[in-house]
Design a protein around this ligand. Structure first.
Ligand code: 4AD
Ligand code: MG
Length: 428
């Protein structure tokens, strides 16, 4: 069995491929069958005079999405996708498909979402999922090459990391447990064991709002680094993002083409990124006519407006203490703000990275837990990080669906994850 992606290495040889029929055309004398095997798509050409009667019958009978096997000779053809086609010798129908619910005609989103398991087979969906896979691998390579250790954080947790309003609660042998919102709290202790660490896994937020940028289950990558201060964190986020964008441009050219992604916009993503303070961001938004005051959080629309002036990701730092998480280090020059960084993607894709320097002083952290009304007992272990050899440290999180949406030029996050989970949406 040969994978379609390897066919160009087999020109003038006989091969057998197996996969799904994309479509077919036949004049009665000659038939063209397009076959997809996951690694690529190829056209088979069968002339009635060259194939046996059984093969011709099978071609006649086959309908789109049937599983098929094709044996024939590979020939190079510069007009064909992948540069080759197969001159069929034998065609076998392995399993006839029922009429496939998704056709090239337009379908409503609700219908496609109900059939997500079948929608995955569409050209654009395959391209977006391949980009996602490449991004995941690039993330692992980046941190592996940088000397980071992967520390898998738990999914069932006893406490909140990012505020209590978006917790999914579950019963844990009579106690309350929550699906994790972020692995960060579990990475911080690990820096004292391993120095530079990261986690990369599913995270959960009971987001009650229906937006194109929010999933209730999404994958987040989070690095955490001992002795790293805020300025170095900003450089790390910038370098990380540039490296991922370059990797997508380098390895996903065909998929970007399928998605009709404007590559120029991605090529512009070079260091240094523009960097403004939260305070400046508020001033810019006011100048654009927004009713927003210092102390307000940005909405999706604000993020889109503020990045419109820039051709690459925008870094915004030093946010009001009261709108950010309890663990963020105060700015030594201004106690009203914390050393927090948000990176906003251009073209309206919203916040892709959120991070900060962490409080490393025990007393201050105890005070913040109290101010945020968090259950102290659940955080005793987390406070230990500050009891036994504390140090300044920083980290960030990036939701990969937002990043993949930006790379792919796909507007809604539902097309960047195989099986999206959203408000009131858990089937299939
Ligand atoms: O800004 P957030 O909430 O930061 C944290 O969770 C930190 N504990 C991370 C850290 O410092 N280790 O979330 C980080 C990123 C966002 O910038 C966004 O990319 C993504 O996670 N994100 C979501 N993606 C999809 N759907 C949602 N509902 C998301 N919420 C956050
Ligand atoms: Mg955030």
């Amino acid at each position: 069995m040969t994978e379609i992606r390897h066919l160009s290495e087999h020109v003038d040889q006989d091969v057998t491929i197996r996969g799904w029929l994309v479509n077919k055309r036949s004049s009665g004398k000659i038939a063209f069958v397009q076959i997809r095997d996951g690694s690529g798509v190829v056209q088979g050409v069968a002339s009635r005079s060259d194939v046996d009667e059984r093969s011709w019958q099978a071609i006649e009978e086959a309908v789109p999405e049937s599983t098929v096997r094709l044996t024939g000779k590979v020939s190079s053809d510069s007009r064909a996708p992948g540069g080759v086609e197969i001159h069929a010798g034998e065609f076998e129908l392995l399993a006839l498909s029922e009429e496939f619910p998704i056709s090239p005609k337009e379908h409503g989103v609700a219908f496609l979402m109900e059939h997500r398991h079948l929608w995955l087979r569409s050209t654009r969906q395959r391209a977006a999922l391949r980009i996602r896979s490449e991004v995941s691998q690039a993330i692992r390579d980046y941190f592996y090459d940088g000397g980071y250790t992967l520390v898998d954080s738990p999914i069932l947790t006893p406490a909140a990391c990012e505020g209590t309003s978006t917790l999914f609660e579950t019963d844990y042998f009579g106690d309350k447990a929550y699906l994790t919102q972020s692995g960060q709290l579990y990475l911080e202790p690990a820096i004292a064991a391993l120095g530079k660490v990261y986690c990369f896994g599913p995270t959960f937020r009971a987001e009650k709002s229906k937006t194109r940028r929010h999933l209730t289950e999404f994958w987040m990558v989070e690095p955490e680094v001992a002795f790293m201060r805020f300025e170095a964190l900003c450089l790390l986020a910038e370098d990380f993002l540039c490296s991922l964008v370059a990797r997508v441009l380098d390895r996903c050219a065909e998929d970007l083409e399928v998605l009709e992604r404007d590559k120029k916009a991605l090529e512009a993503v070079q260091k240094p990124f523009p960097h403004i303070s939260y305070t400046e961001a508020i001033e810019r938004l006011k100048k654009k006519g927004n009713q927003i005051e210092w102390g307000d959080d940005f909405g999706g629309d604000h993020e889109t407006q503020i990045t419109a002036d820039f051709d690459r990701p925008l870094m915004i730092s030093r946010f009001p203490t009261k709108i950010k998480a309890f663990y963020m280090e105060p700015d030594p020059e201004n106690a009203d703000v914390v050393l927090a960084l948000d990176v906003i993607a251009p073209e309206g894709y919203g916040e892709i990275v959120g991070g900060s320097q962490r409080i490393h002083d025990l007393e201050l952290l105890e005070k913040r837990i109290e101010e945020h009304d968090l259950p102290r007992e659940a955080f005793e272990w987390y406070l230990d990080v500050r009891r036994y050899g504390t140090c300044p440290h920083s980290g960030f999180g990036m939701g990969i669906e937002r990043f993949v949406a930006w790379m792919s030029g796909v507007k809604h996050l539902r097309e960047t994850i195989p099986y999206p989970r959203m408000l009131n949406k858990i089937y299939p």
